[in-house]
Each structure stands twice: as C-alpha cells, then as structure tokens.
Design a protein around this ligand. Structure first.
Ligand SMILES: Nc1ncnc2c1ncn2[C@@H]1O[C@H](COP(=O)(O)OP(=O)(O)O)[C@@H](O)[C@H]1O
Ligand SMILES: [Mg+2]
Length: 416
C-alpha cells in the first residue's frame, strides 16, 4: 500500500489510534499522549487514553526557544543568571530549531509508542500543533499593496508561526503526521487559538450545567460551554497570563535556580500587594473584548522584569503571591466581564492546576462556582490536538469559528 492509499484507509476508519504532541508557551516539555478515538466531536467522541508521557526539554533548548519570543526593542534585557545580553536571534537559528524540535517531537512519539508496547504500524496518525514562537493577533495591512493594479484589496492579515517540522516527524516515525494546526484558522480570518475549545465542547459539554474549562498553562484560556450547547454557542478566549509571570519572577528572584513556584509554596508564604496587583490589571489586554489571544510577547520575561523594576520594595515571596493573585484575578475578571452568565463549574487543567495557592486564590474570587481539577489535567491539550487531527482526517471542520473569529474550516497540514 502506498502512502496515499494508507491516508485514504485511515480517513475511512471509524476508530483510530492517534498520538497528540503538544508544547505550550511554557516550553517546559513535550506532552505526548497516545489515544484511541472512536467517533468525532459532534457525536461525543470516545477518547480512550492508552499512554501519556511528558518529555522535558533540555534547559538550553528551552532558553533558546524562549529567546525567540523576545521583541527586538527589548533586547537590552539582561539574563539574571549569566548577566549576558541575549544574542539577537537570526533566521538561521529559527530554521535550525524548526528541525531540532521536529526531531525531538519525533523521538517523543517513538518513545511513547515503545513505552506503550506498541509499534509504529499500530498508530494511524500523529497530531502536532508545533511550538508557537510568534503570534501576531492584530490584523496588519501592507501599505505597499494598496495601489497594486492586480489586487482588488490591499493585503491585511494576522499571522502566527510555529516550529517543529512535521516533515521530520513523519520521516522519523514513518507515521502520517498532521502538523501546523493553527495556520489554517488564521488563513480563515481567525486568531488561530484557542484550538482546544473544539475538544472541550466535544468532550465536556453537559446537559444541565454551565461549565468553564479553564486551562492554566503559560497563558490561561477559558472555554465556556452553556448547558447542552451547540458548537456556535461556545465562548473561548485567552484570559491572560497563566503561570508565565510567576515562572519569570521565580527565575528572577532565585537568579535562575528555579523556574516555577512548586506547589505554590512561595505564593502561600507571601502576601498579595494590592497596588502591584492593580498595576498588573491595568494592562490594556483585560479591557479587550473576545475573541482575543495573547502570548509570551505580552506577559513574558519583559512583563515580569518591568514589574520587578517598578516595585523594588516588594519582598520576593510577596511578588510571587501577587503574580499568583494576578493570574486568579485576570481569570475572575474575564468571567465577570465577558462570560455574562453564571458558571456552575470551573474545570481546571494545565500545570497551574497543580498550584494549590493559585486554586485557593481562584476560589476566593469565584465563591459561587465549584472549582474542580480535570482528571487529564496534563494530557488535555495533547488529547485535543489528537481529536482535531482525527476529525480533520474525517473531513470535518475542526476550528471553532465563533471563538477564533474566523470562518469555519478544516485544520492541519498533512505529511504522508
Ligand atoms: N507542582 C507544580 N506546582 C506549581 N506549578 C506547577 C507545578 N507543575 C507545573 N506547574 C506550572 O505549570 C507550568 C507548565 O504548565 P503547562 O500546562 O505544561 O503549560 P504549557 O501548556 O504552557 O506548556 C510550569 O511552567 C509551572 O509553572
Ligand atoms: Mg507544558
């Protein structure tokens, strides 16, 4: 059977074994999940987890990827550990890391298959969203195209860039790979995020309860699903920072020794400074109406550095407590301002769900909402990518147009 015949065979299957690969804005690890999927999101797909693995990045690679997010004008930022100014990134570095990440994603998939006691032939499809390194959610017009005689309208577009070559993943695993999941939605006029809303709706809609699926990764995003919702009734957007500001401040105050506040220990010891919290909440992002997306460009190292520089009198534990309250407050603010109806249950996933201080601060701010931790808290995003790829192979539209702001479309690029 040649590769195209194999693709057609997979497209016709009712049940598929799929690997979802995910690395979020924290750049901490590749989350890889092996699932068996029966049906599709519309008919309430059965997604059975067979195996999960989290494959940590070497610190060196993590640092280099994070550097790709830094804005050129903020390059004066000094690394608190080495004291060095980051070298300007080059297209050569991006090009190289695209393939290095492709290799790492591929080896994570191969290791996961071996750990599950399976073979590559047992797997139908790999889904890889890629590592987003730049995201430009604001539509930008190219002035030079305004007077071009062969164009009806000047070019106006959003853009997003993810690395982790799907071609390398397909080549190294021998498995048909669907990569670059976000770009088609951007081409369709959307933000390219949050993609996970499709999975949340497919797996977690409830006949009677209004549910908010709150993911707290580097960035935090919510999917609000009214009782018995149809896909176009879903609301989803980035609420703001997840762990990103906490992580960056931990790196700063420990001079690089620690990259996150394990179990919220420092936040629990510290006291929230209301003036600092108010300064954080004054960021214009919180006044924008959905659809809206954000990233490391806004709430990354520069944000944390500005916060620490402005409030030099704040003790390190108080700074971490305030950053933790900032995440909780920005989530609660988003629910109050932009969801507009009562939320019965908040189901939390992502690394932030492992931070008890953060959960506590959420509970204080949303006393009428029951806050639970999702059983697949670390797997969820990778599972979502797997479901999206599986449904795309079935020929279904897989973005949630009402939340990304684009047209309904089918996501993914296929490497045979
Ligand atoms: N035990 C823990 N205590 C506190 N925070 C944690 C814990 N485990 C993970 N985290 C946080 O979760 C982050 C990773 O979350 P993750 O969901 O993988 O985000 P992303 O999707 O951005 O990669 C870490 O950077 C850290 O801040
Ligand atoms: Mg992660």
């Amino acid at each position: 059977m040649n590769r195209v015949e194999r693709l057609i065979e997979i497209a016709r299957k009712k049940k598929r074994v799929v690997i979802g690969l995910m690395s979020g804005t924290s750049v901490d690890a590749i989350d890889a999940v092996l699932v068996r999927i029966e049906g599709n999101a519309r008919d309430g797909a059965r997604v059975e987890k067979l195996r999960f693995g989290s494959f940590g990045f070497p610190q060196e690679i993590q640092t280099r990827i994070k550097l790709l997010f830094e804005r050129e004008r903020d390059r004066k930022l000094t690394d608190p550990v080495t004291g060095e100014h980051p070298a300007p990134w080059t297209i050569e570095e991006i090009c190289h890391l695209d393939f290095v990440l492709g290799e790492l994603f591929a080896q994570a998939a191969n290791r996961l298959i071996a750990d599950a006691g399976m073979k590559a032939d047992d797997v139908d499809l790999i889904a890889a969203a890629g590592q987003t390194i730049w995201h430009r959610p604001r539509p930008t017009t190219e002035p030079s195209t305004a007077d071009l005689p062969w164009l009806d309208d000047p070019i106006t577009t959003r853009s997003t860039l993810a690395i982790g070559q799907a071609a390398v993943i397909a080549e190294r695993t021998g498995i048909i790979t669907m990569g670059d999941l976000r770009v088609r939605d951007v081409a369709a006029g959307g933000h390219g995020a949050p993609l996970v809303a499709y999975f949340d709706w497919g797996q977690l809609r409830h006949p009677k309860l209004a549910r908010a699926m709150q993911n707290i990764g580097g960035i935090a995003n919510v999917t609000f699903i009214p009782p018995n919702a149809t896909l176009d009734a879903v609301i989803a957007f980035d609420t703001g920072p997840g762990n990103m500001v906490i992580d960056s401040l931990m790196y700063l105050v420990t001079k690089g020794a620690e990259t996150f506040d394990r179990d919220g220990e420092r936040a629990s010891r510290g006291t929230v400074r209301d003036d600092v919290l108010a300064w954080c909440m004054s960021d214009p992002y919180f006044q924008l109406k959905p659809p809206k997306t954000t990233g490391r460009e806004r709430f990354g190292r520069q944000f944390a550095a500005r916060m620490a520089e402005r409030f030099t009198d704040v003790a390190p534990d108080d700074l971490i407590a305030t950053a933790t309250a900032f995440t909780a407050e920005s989530i609660a603010h988003a629910y109050r301002e932009f969801i507009g109806s009562h939320v019965d249950e908040m189901i939390v996933a992502g690394g932030g769900a492992k931070n008890p201080a953060l959960l506590q601060k959420l509970r204080e701010r949303l006393p009428d909402t029951e806050i639970k931790v999702y059983e697949f808290l670390q797997e969820k995003e990778a599972m979502a990518m797997a479901l999206i790829a599986s449904d795309s192979i079935s020929g279904l539209d897989t973005n949630v147009a009402s939340v990304t702001g684009g047209n309904s479309t089918i996501l993914g690029k296929i490497c045979l």
